[in-house]
Write a protein that binds this ligand. Structure first.
Ligand code: PMT
Length: 399
């Protein structure tokens, strides 16, 4: 039986939380309710304890005699955290890492997917601060089911009404299912640029931020996979739960990929690996007056092309990316064949607003049969879902 935590906060729509609880129970889900202290002033926690059959958690230091740290041990037991209804206050706390009650502290401890259903007055919902908080949480991987327009507690018509309980249950169940779809699989993702040193202070590199690869790693984790993230230098926080292996040069990345590939069922090379490096690496900083007028470059190892594929193609799913500036589909198709990939995800890195260092991208996904699927321009998070859906399809076929 799957267990979820239902976070309940002090919106007037709090009474709908009982229906949400019941709806999940009918689908065979075990529920632990957590209320904020303000929510407990609107409805007694005893009601939720009676409905769920478990003592509702409200107070962070409630059980003084227990040797368990309640919010940590519960975080390890659950497969999903649903916060419905969610007030502007809890959303602001979650977005800023404030942990001053059971629910907000618990949020920082969970590793499972989180679904938030806001409910509040229209002005509060539309406030730029609330919108910024929602965007910040979405960027961190929190799922939202946004409020509807309707009759509000303030006796006005407007945006901010909690969506129907059935919709929250439906989306929660879908997340529960997705959270298992890559269970027992290991996904190796490469991300970011490589740096090819000229001397101790200078290097050749590219504009990759790592955002695409980190989004893929996050999506694989949300689907229950073990994730190994081999990353060139970036300023990003690795997704929680990923095994991070930081590297600097193309040679470092090649070594780590080869060392770890045997543990993986899937390899996704989203990294922008340098194709060439300076032939010489000076041990000392090159003096301005002695600077060479030209650089001698030598090719780096092509990691994807050099992987062992016993019997022609690997049993593993191997996916490459293609960074192109012209003839995107034709060039990417050639790379797919030459590097013996199952799938290639091509992007036009000459276009403004997508590709390198953007939160958005637009990709063309090409498979071995030559089928081409073009995506709309979307966040890297949404595109990582598309890619991971294809990974699941390919894994199914390689069984
Ligand atoms: O990091 P972001 O800012 O989010 O930007 C994302 C991205 C633009 C870097 C990403 O979407 C992308 O296109 N990654 C691949 C970049 C690249 O190196 O493309 P390529 O066409 O040069 O290489 C084709 C494939 O071979 C890639 O999977 C690459 O990882 C791999 N390769 C390249 C060189 C090399 N020596 N060894 C390799 O295995």
């Amino acid at each position: 039986m799957k267990k979820i935590a239902l976070g309940v906060t002090s919106s007037i729509s709090i009474y709908k939380a009982c229906e949400i609880l019941r709806g999940f129970q009918k689908k065979g889900v075990d529920i632990q309710v957590i209320m904020t202290p303000n929510a407990a002033k609107l409805i007694s926690p005893r009601l939720f304890s009676a409905l769920s059959g478990k003592k509702t958690a409200v107070d962070l230091f409630g059980d003084a005699d227990s040797d368990r740290i309640a919010h940590i041990s519960l975080a390890e037991e659950i497969s999903l955290l649903v916060i419905a209804p969610a007030t502007a206050n809890i959303i602001a706390k979650l977005a800023n890492g404030v942990a001053d009650d059971f629910l907000s502290t618990f949020f920082l401890a969970v590793r499972c997917p989180v679904l938030v259903a806001p409910a509040m007055n229209e002005a509060m919902y539309r406030h730029p601060q609330t919108q910024a908080n929602i965007l910040r949480l979405q960027a961190a991987g929190v799922e939202f089911i946004l409020p509807e327009k309707g009759y509000l507690a303030c006796k006005e018509e407007g945006w901010g009404r909690l969506v129907a309980p059935e919709k929250i249950i439906e989306q929660g169940l879908a997340l529960l299912e997705k959270g298992e779809s890559l269970k027992a699989k290991t996904v190796l993702v490469t991300a970011g640029p490589t740096r090819e040193p000229l001397d101790p202070v200078r290097f050749l590199s590219n504009r990759s931020s790592g955002k695409m690869g980190y989004a893929l790693a996050g999506e694989a984790l949300r689907r229950g996979a073990r994730v190994i993230l081999i990353s060139g230098p970036t300023s990003l926080f690795p997704p929680l739960g990923a095994e991070l292996l930081p590297v600097e040069t193309a040679a470092d990345m090649a070594r780590e990929v080869k060392k770890n590939l045997s543990r993986a069922d899937v390899l996704i090379m989203a990294a922008a690996v340098a194709d060439f490096r300076p032939a010489e690496r000076s041990k000392q900083k090159i003096k301005k007056k002695k600077a060479p007028s030209a650089l001698n470059l030598v090719p780096t190892e092509d990691i994807l092309a050099s992987l062992d594929r016993p019997g022609g193609r690997s049993k593993k799913v191997i996916i490459g990316f293609a960074a192109e500036t012209a003839n995107v589909t034709a060039n990417a198709s050639r790379k797919l064949r030459e590097k013996k990939l199952d799938l290639i995800v091509a992007n036009d890195v000459s276009r403004e607003g997508i590709g390198f260092d953007s939160d958005f991208n637009q990709v063309v996904i090409i498979d071995r049969k030559g089928a081409v699927a073009e995506s709309p321009t979307a966040s890297k998070r949404e595109l990582s879902r598309l890619v991971m859906d294809r990974v699941e399809g390919l894994l199914g076929r390689k069984k």
